[in-house]
Design a binder for this molecule. Structure first.
Ligand code: MG
Length: 256
């Protein structure tokens, strides 16, 4: 069953979303050569505490950190640790927060210094695919219209979309119905209604789409070790179109 959110609930989710967006902006700025992924996680923990928001990922099925940091061939769910960020890395930062019982989830991929032209194009393709998917998140379309739009854009660039992980409904839980894939034919799946809130999250690889999970039980990497990029927003379907909830509000920036 797909739970529809009230207007008030969507406003609460927008509060959570603003915290996540501000956190990701803050972390993106810190993602420079020499910082460890663990230090980024510690910054995230402090940031969320200061905003009185609960980290959504910490403890989720035993996940040991507040954020996921996935570098280069890592696609998603990288566990922060002693790894140091290096010049030329492509770093996906994924974060979630809970405010007044409601979740928001988003991810950005950051180019550290100057990256290869292909890496830059991959990052931009993930962002453009997300934007394309969001355009389909309107009343009357179907879930797979999002999926199809994402896949079409990504494959037109000569890249691949990951199949093993998909976007999801979100609300009082981080993962709700429906699943939101990044591939497949259009015009199938549940019809979109006002009040649905979806985490749309294309995961794009420069090579083949296949991934495997490392021995830590979490980190997903491309099987062919090709680069990956990830972009995600939490989006409400409203009577006035798609509303991105994971947007920075000035009042949420650190230091206010
Ligand atoms: Mg997600």
């Amino acid at each position: 069953m797909i739970e529809l959110k009230s207007r008030q609930e969507i406003e609460t989710m927008a509060q959570a979303g603003a915290v996540v967006a501000a956190l990701l902006e803050y972390l993106a700025d810190l993602t420079r050569p020499g910082i460890t992924t663990k230090a980024l996680d510690e910054e995230a923990r402090a940031f969320l505490r200061a905003k009185k928001a609960k980290p959504a990922f910490l403890g989720y099925r035993g996940f040991p950190a507040c954020i996921c940091v996935s570098v280069n061939e890592e696609v998603v769910h990288g566990i922060p640790g002693e790894r140091e960020i290096r010049h030329g890395d492509l770093v996906s930062l994924d974060a979630g927060a809970v405010v007044d019982g409601f979740y928001a989830d988003a991810a950005r991929t950051v180019a550290v210094g100057v990256v290869s032209p292909e890496a830059q194009r991959l990052l931009e393709t993930a962002e453009r695919a997300l934007a394309e998917g969001i355009q389909q998140a309107v009343v009357g379309r179907r879930v797979n219209d999002i999926a199809h739009a994402v896949q079409r854009l990504v494959e037109a660039e000569g890249f691949s979309v990951v199949r093993e992980f998909v976007g999801h409904g979100i609300g009082r839980a981080m993962h709700e119905e429906p699943p939101v894939p990044n591939f497949g034919p259009p015009n199938i799946g549940p019809r979109l209604k006002a009040g649905m809130v979806l985490a749309i999250e294309p995961m794009v690889t420069a090579g083949r789409p296949d991934v495997e999970i490392l021995a830590d039980g979490w980190t997903a990497v491309t099987k062919d070790h090709s680069l990956a990029a990830h972009a995600e927003d939490t989006v409400a379907v409203t009577d006035h179109g798609a509303r991105i909830l994971t947007r920075v509000l000035d009042a949420q920036r650190r230091g206010d």
